[in-house]
Design a protein around this ligand. Structure first.
Ligand code: ADP
Ligand code: MG
Length: 694
């Protein structure tokens, strides 16, 4: 495979565009892409025609406006390029106009809008987002677009991200100017590490829970899970490797910089990480990556699970969002050799601390979903409490600055491997890593680790951008007032660190002690999604988002409604699936087996042969089945009650109880039955079979 040759071959990128257009058209396009405004009809037509010619040459027959509605996945409605040929009756030509490129008008009524429009007001618009390149997927030219309502309110995940990027970039520029640095262009970079599970498709198809919910709702713990820690970075098995190779190739064709692949901690779990890019591109690319992970799996007789917690008792899947800022391509979070003297860096670091401390709620709520509730805080992922890891060196530097002391750099230790002479010596890093931190500074970027595997990364980046923009606004005002000389800047860094250092935690975020300590520090602990979502519309956050031009209050309210409703619906579907599996599969399996045991016991009695084992087993299974049946009724009642709650917020709280009390209780009985009922009768594949199927 010639990778450089196939890389980006399905993308109408800047180079292709420049080659295909008249210089003045390309210039006009760039001006609009960078500064906004309108594109003349003639320019738009020329670009559309060039895109179509390029796409048709590569086998495309259709085009679509590709967008990211609030469903969390992407949307597309294909239209072919064909038009009647006016010069040859009965014939057809391939046509694509500037108008079709720039604006679409899908019926928006079936997408979640959170009250932004009623069903009868069906009109919505998709508008070309020139920050993303058009690409070909399955013979269709996909044009990245923003999705908005007839009234101009956002209905998608992408538009707020673009808005937050503008808000942050303008503040970074102001900040740089104030500290005496100039920059032509500011970048916000993101690199998204994606975890996933692969299981055999035939086994997947036998489980209603995986089909309807993307996760198992039942399943006794396997005898071997991840205890031996022998999967992480283990040799990749041939079937998985073949999958990864095809996936990489598909992503490369789409211009996605797929870089790292490895086995993850849990059996059947893997990770893919691309090289970071501008955050809006990274968000598009991550959506495409998830789509292709599923699609390519299907071709290999596999099922790819992107749920946050597909299996109880083994690690779930997350997404690490690495984030940084650049000025003319230079990473602003690069500490350099002597970070203690790098005041712009330290001030920016202090800005992130302020952002994280003041906006713990926003950073928490953008990771809150029904799936992620099973993962956060259960000893495999960061807790629901936001904190920042700085590492010992940076913490020491900031502490010294506060105490007015000079920082004494520790000499980097040389790592020598005893008598292993063939291994060359090397220098130790100045700080260790911390895998448990929700927001960790990892050398020259922040790694936001609370995200669940299936989330669209647009929203978490909106929150990071907005929070940092807010902190920079504050810092800029201070610099304007107090000056930006060395003494003032040092004073400001020390003040910010002192005020916000409660958010810094370099220890083990998984420990129970930390929860207590965080509580003493007054940090927010929004354990579950229903606790977190209301923060999205409070006065502080509404004012912030309005001021930054990211969301209007109405848009925030609509989002809160959509997310809360989605949370309730997900749990309702899960509860109904669990009930159905219990009644139609688990209990019948238990009854058939009991029946078989009864027959054996009767026959043995006639022959006067002991049947102690059968009787003991029968009693246990009968008792568990009765218990399961009672818990099934309790779950049904709880579900009905949750559905009748008057407010959405109350309903979400009730649904939390449905999931974590009633479903949990029923599952307990079913899982116990699984360990007793014969293999012949058990109706679906077990954890051992699923986790070691590939
Ligand atoms: P690890 O698993 O150790 O965290 P990986 O190499 O798997 O590390 O992933 C690191 C991710 O961070 C990659 O996607 C990488 O591109 C990204 N990254 C590196 N530097 C930056 C940066 N300046 N801004 C954003 N992301 C970055
Ligand atoms: Mg990582």
């Amino acid at each position: 495979m010639n990778v450089p040759e196939i890389f980006g071959s399905l993308v109408f990128n800047d180079k292709t565009m420049q080659k295909a257009l008249k210089p003045e058209t390309y210039k006009a396009f760039k001006a609009v892409a960078e500064n906004g405004g309108t594109l003349s009809k003639a320019c738009a037509d020329e670009i559309a025609c060039a895109m179509k010619t390029w796409a048709v040459e590569r086998g495309a027959t259709h085009y679509t406006h590709w967008f990211q509605p609030m469903t969390g996945i992407t949307a597309e409605k294909h239209d072919s390029f064909i038009a009647p040929d006016e010069n040859a009756a009965g014939g057809a030509i391939m046509q694509f106009s500037g108008k079709q490129l720039i604006q679409g008008e899908p019926d928006a009524s079936s997408f979640p809008s959170g009250g932004l429009r009623s069903t009868f007001e069906a009109r919505g618009y998709t508008a070309w987002d020139t920050s993303g390149c058009a690409f070909i997927k399955d013979g269709t030219l996909c044009i990245p677009t923003a999705f908005i309502s007839y009234g101009g309110q956002v209905l998608d995940k992408k538009t707020p991200l673009l808005r937050s990027m503008s808000a942050l970039k303008s503040r970074v520029l102001r900040f740089l100017t104030l500290i005496g640095k100039s920059a032509k262009s500011i970048g916000i970079t993101a690199g998204v590490e994606q975890e996933y599970f692969l299981i055999d498709k035939k086994l997947f198809d036998k489980r209603k829970d995986l089909i309807s919910c993307g996760r198992t709702l039942l399943g006794a713990r396997p005898v071997k899970g991840q205890e031996l820690e022998d999967h992480y970075f283990g040799t990749i098995r041939p079937r998985v490797l073949a999958y990864m190779q095809e996936l990489d190739a598909e992503l490369w064709k789409l211009g996605i910089l797929a870089k790292t692949r490895h086995n993850e901690a849990a059996p059947a779990q893997h990770e893919l990480a691309p090289i970071h890019t501008e955050v809006s591109t990274a968000a598009d690319h991550n959506q495409l990556t998830m789509e292709f992970m599923k699609k390519v799996a299907d071709r290999h007789g596999l099922a790819c699970l992107l749920h946050e917690k597909p299996f109880a008792g083994v690690n779930g899947s997350g997404k690490h969002n690495n984030w940084s800022l650049t000025a003319d391509g230079e990473n602003l979070l690069e500490p350099g050799k002597n970070p203690e003297n790098n005041l712009p860096f330290l001030l920016l670091l202090a800005a992130v601390l302020r952002a994280a401390d003041e906006h713990q709620d926003l950073l928490r709520l953008c990771t809150a979903t029904a799936g992620n509730d099973h993962r956060l805080g259960s000893g495999e992922a960061p807790p629901a409490i936001l904190s920042v890891y700085l590492g010992s060196e940076l913490t020491d530097i900031l502490e010294n600055m506060c105490a007015g002391k000079c920082y004494q750099r520790k000499k980097a230790e040389r790592i020598v491997l005893g008598n292993a002479t063939p291994v060359p010596e090397f220098l130790q890093d100045t700080a260790d890593r911390n895998r448990t931190s929700p927001l960790a500074f990892t050398g020259n970027k922040f790694e936001f680790r609370m995200l669940g595997a299936s989330v669209n990364v647009a929203e978490p980046n909106v929150m990071l951008n907005a929070a940092v923009a807010d902190a920079l606004e504050y810092i800029c005002a201070r610099l304007e007032k107090e000056g930006a000389d060395e003494t003032s800047v040092k004073k400001l860094i020390a003040e910010l660190y002192t005020r916000h250092k409660r958010i810094v935690f370099n220890g083990n975020n998984y420990s129970a002690d930390w929860i207590e300590e965080a509580n003493r520090r007054g940090l927010l602990n929004l354990a579950a999604t229903p606790d977190a979502l209301p923060y999205g519309t409070n006065e502080k956050n509404a004012a912030l988002m309005e001021r930054l031009g990211v969301y209007s209050l109405r848009e925030l309210e609509s989002r809160r409604e959509i997310l809360t409703e989605n949370y309730c619906k997900v749990i309702s579907i899960e509860a109904l699936t669990l009930l159905s599996m219990t009644v139609k599969e688990v209990l019948p399996a238990s009854f058939y087996y009991q029946n078989e045991l009864c027959t054996v016991i009767e026959q043995k009695a006639e022959l006067d042969v002991s049947a102690e084992a059968e009787k003991a087993l029968l009693k246990k299974i009968a008792a568990l089945s009765d218990k399961a049946y009672k818990r099934k009724i309790a779950l049904e009642k709880a579900l009905e009650k949750a559905k009748c709650e008057k407010s959405l917020h109350a309903a979400s709280k009730a649904f939390y109880g449905v999931a974590f009390t009633y479903m949990h209780n029923l599952r307990e009985c079913c899982d116990a039955l699984e360990t007793l009922v014969s293999k012949k009768h058990w109706p679906f594949p077990t954890y051992s079979e699923l986790l070691f199927s590939v």
